[in-house]
Design a protein around this ligand. Structure first.
Ligand code: ASP
Ligand code: MG
Length: 409
């Protein structure tokens, strides 16, 4: 007998019929004698609908009330799925985040899970019940309902699997695994059989939308292997797990793109110690995440300082930096949203030189100008003109022959 945690995302529970189909799936597995914990998201579109209603009432709604509101989406699906299981003569019980309880910090809208008390869930499992858990939500020490950030049900599933020491954690979604590139952009993109936690973290951070990045962080920290599967068709999916040093590794696992970043440039900054701190200090104090950073070589003791952020934070960043420009006696601060970040990710890069060159060559052959470059041990990212996003992703997918069977190193 194994203990299995399964998670079904919004599209997988998007209608009553879909919920019944999930119930059939779960029932089949439960009848084999496995213990099942099923985490569900809100029905697709529901979280957005709830947020929309709040926005109609208030332009700056209270974060506490927002969490109370959006957590209701998942409460609906746990009850409906439990009822659908009862119809199939499977005994099932639903749990909200606070009934378990899933204890989080009190940062509304992006709370972090602190502890999970698995006792009540374990008791229900021993009684032979399927346990249906509301994803995305928890409770803070002062008894407020919290939520874990958009896409947070993935994190609930991984955290439940870690807390219960589950044998398997399966994430059912609307795609049948992790791909070498977004299949909507690259026709011959290929499903990966497996990918390491490290690669998945880089892929999620660089634009792959398969799983919430926090869920991958959690899985890697607690070593919970995850299998990503489609709830619409059967197939092996993609296994996300630790790197197996005894196995050959693919050179490149994937190409990703992000087109919601913006670039901020401060021109004519005096080139002296403390500049990066004076510029980025106020930005990070405002909880704005900075992605790439470039400081150009100075001319006449003046330099240009450029960094990228989410484009939603552009206006705010410029406002924060206008006084800094005056203080530093710099020329000006300008923003630019016409950019995309393209990344090549693969653990094989660690032991293989020339990947960066191959990337630059492929882009130059298409006449695509590279603006900024940043690298990690297993990732190379560049920013380019946004209009060339698809062209760049396709060119790189071809250049590294990702449509073919994996090149191993
Ligand atoms: N319902 C929440 C959202 O849409 C959580 C989730 O789907 O994982 O973000
Ligand atoms: Mg979702």
């Amino acid at each position: 007998m194994s203990l299995v945690v399964e998670k079904y995302g919004g599209t997988s529970v998007g209608t009553v019929e879909r919920i019944q189909a999930v119930a059939e799936n779960v029932a089949a597995r439960a009848r084999k004698g496995d213990q099942m914990v099923v985490v569900v998201s809100a029905m697709s579109g529901e979280t957005n609908r709830l947020i929309g209603m709040a926005r109609d009432i208030s332009s700056e709604p209270s974060q506490r009330e927002m969490d109370t509101l959006v957590s209701t989406g998942e409460q609906v699906t746990i009850a409906l799925l439990s009822l659908a299981l009862h119809n199939l003569d499977v005994s099932a019980v639903s749990y909200t985040g606070f009934q378990i309880p899933i204890l989080t910090d009190d940062v509304h809208g992006k709370a972090r899970i602190e502890t999970i008390d698995g006792d009540s869930v374990k008791k229900s499992l021993v009684e032979g019940k399927v346990v249906v858990v509301a994803g995305f939500q928890g409770i803070s020490a002062n008894n407020n309902i919290t939520t874990l950030g958009r896409g947070g049900s993935d994190t609930t599933a991984v955290a439940m699997a870690a807390a219960l020491k589950a044998d398997e954690c399966r994430i059912f979604t609307d795609v049948d695994g992790v791909y070498t590139a977004d299949p909507r952009m690259v026709e011959n993109a290929r499903r990966l059989d497996r990918v390491t936690f490290e690669e998945m973290l880089e892929l999620s951070g660089a634009g792959a939308k398969v799983m919430q990045i926090r869920a991958v962080e959690f899985a890697s920290k607690y070593n919970v292997p995850i299998r990503v599967l489609s709830s619409f068709e059967s197939g092996p999916g993609t296994l996300i797990s630790y790197e197996d040093k005894n196995m050959e590794q693919p050179l490149i696992s994937g190409i990703t793109s992000v087109d919601n970043e913006a670039k901020v440039t401060i021109r004519g900054v005096p080139d002296r110690p403390g500049i990066a701190y004076s510029i980025l200090g106020p930005v990070s104090d405002a909880h704005i995440n900075v992605d790439m950073i470039v400081q150009n070589v100075g001319n006449d003791e003046l330099t240009d300082f450029t960094f990228t952020i989410n484009q939603d934070d552009l206006q705010r960043s410029i406002e924060l930096l206008e006084p800094v420009v005056k203080e530093l006696n710099a020329e000006t601060v300008v923003g630019d949203t016409n950019l995309a970040k393209i990344s090549v990710v693969g653990v094989g890069m660690r032991s293989h030189a020339g990947i960066a060159t191959g990337m630059f060559k492929a882009l130059s052959e298409k006449g695509i100008n590279i603006q900024m470059i940043s690298t990690s041990e297993i990732k190379i990212s560049v920013t380019i003109d946004r209009e060339y996003t698809e062209l760049a992703v396709r060119a790189l997918h071809n250049a590294f022959r990702l449509d073919e069977i994996e090149t191993k190193v």
